[in-house]
Design a protein around this ligand. Structure first.
Ligand code: GMT
Length: 378
């Protein structure tokens, strides 16, 4: 198959999913053409089946807001014609599904068919999508997508609640490549960050409000008062400055490491004892799954799709949003009991295996085949 893949290249789950999916498809012999305004950060490998088509959203003095959608639609049309795409896969509904629809209509006028699948990732529905200003466009273009997939049952429910969608939504969960996670804990690196055998908690996100990074700090503050511990914050984003301030106010600066953005979280996860994700909403929580694949139990909220990933009392614990006391109590329960921690670590890895790419990839390929065949008949 010749597949066009559109995603945001920035640090964030949807770009990671698109990139890892594209790489997996390329490894199976499909040709995958990425289209983005800059190179998706995990698309850093050389593979004869992977192609990257960059487009420039020029800085014309006339525009306060640059016409991203028009440039992307033109790029899709160009790639579809010259690379003979069979199918287009767009990640994140806003604005990619309406752009895909536009490109499809332009191609139709050239007597070319390009079915597209839209994957809903989360904030495109739960935050941005809730803005009534987007409603007519999202509803129209989702109803015209040849297929819609959502990364969790919870996100599917949210979408159906928010928009009047007549189209079917297929749930295809996020995935990891379990083979990549088989390395064990790296005790040499661990000693650098925890020289006195402190327990290591890790949080990883793009530091937006929805991630509630302040709850990570407040939870850690309670934990650290009970046992020696370090916190590693991976990522960066709009909330970082406030978070740094809070760390200093609580006098935690000697026990919290702000690692910044990293491409591959496996190394840091390999030294973690516990992962914490206290999000306000989380359609899936790919970061939690990546931690579990690295045998790290998860302390999370119970919002959105997190209960589909993190299993209460088995792979970790779930609390109501904002309940830092309970998140701290649950962290301490695990960190102070090596046998329990070991058991949860084992459970986390076993559960993560269900989300291995080898189980998930065929679900996407099935959707592609269905819409290609439907278009061929139409
Ligand atoms: O919140 C992020 O990390 C970014 C965002 C995105 O779309 O780039 O992530 C969403 O998509 C991920 C991949 O499907 C999901 O694992 C995240 O749960 C989801 N984020 C939220 O719903 C807040």
């Amino acid at each position: 198959m010749n597949i066009g893949m559109v995603c945001f290249p920035t640090y964030g789950g949807s770009g990671v999913v698109a990139t890892e999916l594209g790489i997996a498809l390329a490894n199976k012999g499909h040709k995958v053409h990425f289209m983005s305004y800059s190179q998706p950060f995990r698309l850093n490998i050389f593979n004869e089946n992977l192609f990257y088509h960059e487009f420039n959203v020029n800085d014309y003095p006339l525009f306060d807001y640059q016409p991203y959608e028009s440039v992307l639609a033109s790029k899709i049309v160009d790639v579809a014609v010259y690379e003979q795409l069979d199918v287009l896969h767009v990640h994140y509904a806003i604005p990619h599904d309406s752009v895909a629809y536009t490109a499809q209509q332009i191609l139709k006028s050239k007597k070319m068919k390009l079915p597209y699948v839209t994957t809903l990732h989360g904030t495109d529905i739960t935050l941005v999508g809730r803005d009534p200003a987007f409603e007519p466009v999202i509803r129209f273009s989702l109803n015209h997508s040849n297929a819609i997939t959502s990364v969790s049952e919870s996100l599917k429910k949210d979408t159906l609640k928010t928009f009047k969608i007549d189209n079917k939504i297929t749930v295809i969960p996020n995935f990891i490549n379990i083979k990549d996670y088989e390395s064990g804990h790296d005790y040499c690196v661990k000693r650098k960050y925890a020289p006195h055998n402190e327990k290591i908690m890790v949080h990883m996100s793009n530091f937006r409000k929805v991630k509630r990074v302040e709850d990570v700090i407040k939870t850690f503050d309670i934990v650290r008062k009970q046992l020696p511990a370090k916190l590693m914050l991976v990522g960066d984003g709009p909330e970082r400055q406030g978070i740094e301030l809070l760390i200093r106010q609580l006098n935690l600066q000697h026990d919290v490491v702000l690692v910044g953005k990293i491409n591959d979280p496996k190394e840091i996860l390999s030294i973690a004892d516990l992962f914490i994700l206290p999000s306000e909403t989380e359609s899936f929580g790919l970061a939690a799954l990546e931690a579990m694949a690295m045998k790290v139990p998860v302390i999370s909220t119970n919002s959105g799709g997190l209960p589909e990933v993190n299993i209460e009392g088995k792979t970790g614990f779930l609390s109501n949003v904002g309940d830092v006391d309970q998140m701290a109590a649950n962290s301490l329960k695990l960190l102070s009991n090596p046998t329990l921690l070991q058991q949860f670590s084992h459970n986390a890895f076993e559960h993560a295996k269900n989300f291995d790419i080898e189980n998930i990839l065929p679900l996407y390929v099935k959707v592609y085949n269905e819409i290609i065949n439907a278009e061929a008949i139409a």
